[in-house]
Design a protein around this ligand. Structure first.
Ligand code: SF4
Length: 261
């Protein structure tokens, strides 16, 4: 292996270890160093960076209330599909109503069904490490939800009729939060949001457009980055470099500082 390749492989390894929450690797860089790494670590800027003006406090509160009303009045008592018969609690969504990044998974699992909050089990703990140790954000800075708000029995994949019944809630969450970027975690989420049957291996690592209207050209698209679901990364840690690479593309597009190495 050439020296440059060896250095790159070591760098990727250190970064992805940190991404998965390995202890003691310093993530944060001084502000000045972070700025410079954000501009130099991305050899191929993918697309136009996303920026938006700060959102006023009363607008943030309006969004928080709008989300709460949907959860309290529609989701918690929802019986629109058969999953209402087997769930313990619905898990609507959690995080900032003005989040720049929205993470969307497929459905609650066992722990989420018990606690009524998305991504709180082992996969959720890994997602939190990805957000905090990897991306340098707080979990409360982003918005986290799933396509389905109720757990499918034995964590099976969402059925098409369940997705059709439930996706209206997700669309409304996106409409209210107005994220600058959506990160779709795993194939079911990416396929639902992009209306495709393409596999996650082909979808990830490139930008897609999510159209809230369902029609390209109608309304502004939201940039969407598919990546692997944290549950898959727990089973296949060899793929963590790829997921970290996807998150770095998001950070670059949002002008967030990349970890310095
Ligand atoms: S999965 Fe969605 S549509 Fe089905 S019962 Fe739960 S909230 Fe309603």
């Amino acid at each position: 292996m050439e020296r440059a390749e060896l250095i790159k492989a070591l760098k990727d390894r250190f970064e992805s270890d940190a991404f998965l929450g390995a202890a003691s690797l310093p993530i944060a860089a001084p502000a000045a160093a972070q700025s410079s790494s954000a501009t130099t670590a991305n050899a191929k800027p993918p697309t136009t960076p996303v920026h938006r003006a700060p959102i006023a406090a009363d607008e943030i509160e309006r969004r928080r209330v709008a989300l709460q009303v949907i959860d309290d009045n529609e989701v918690k008592g929802c019986t629109q599909c058969c999953l209402s018969e087997t769930r313990t609690k619905t898990a609507f969504g959690v995080g900032a109503p003005n989040a720049r990044i929205m993470f969307v998974g497929e459905a609650p699992g066992h722990d989420e069904d018990i606690q009524g909050e998305p991504f709180v089990g082992k996969a959720g703990q890994l997602l939190t490490k990805m957000i905090e140790a990897g991306m340098g954000l707080k979990r409360s800075d982003v918005y986290i939800c799933n396509v389905l708000k109720c757990r499918p029995p034995n964590n099976r994949n969402p059925a098409p009729d369940e997705v059709i019944a439930c996706r209206n809630f997700l669309w409304r969450q996106i409409e209210i939060v107005q994220p600058e970027v959506i990160i779709a975690l795993g194939a079911p989420a990416a396929q639902t949001l992009l209306n495709t049957r393409e596999g996650i291996g082909r979808l990830r690592s490139q930008w897609h457009d999510f159209h809230l209207s369902g029609t390209p050209g109608v309304g502004d698209p939201i940039p969407l980055m598919p990546t692997y679901h944290p549950a898959y990364l727990l089973r296949s840690p060899g793929e963590k470099n790829k997921a970290w690479s996807d998150l770095k593309m998001v950070m670059t597009r949002l002008s967030l500082p990349l970890p310095a190495r």
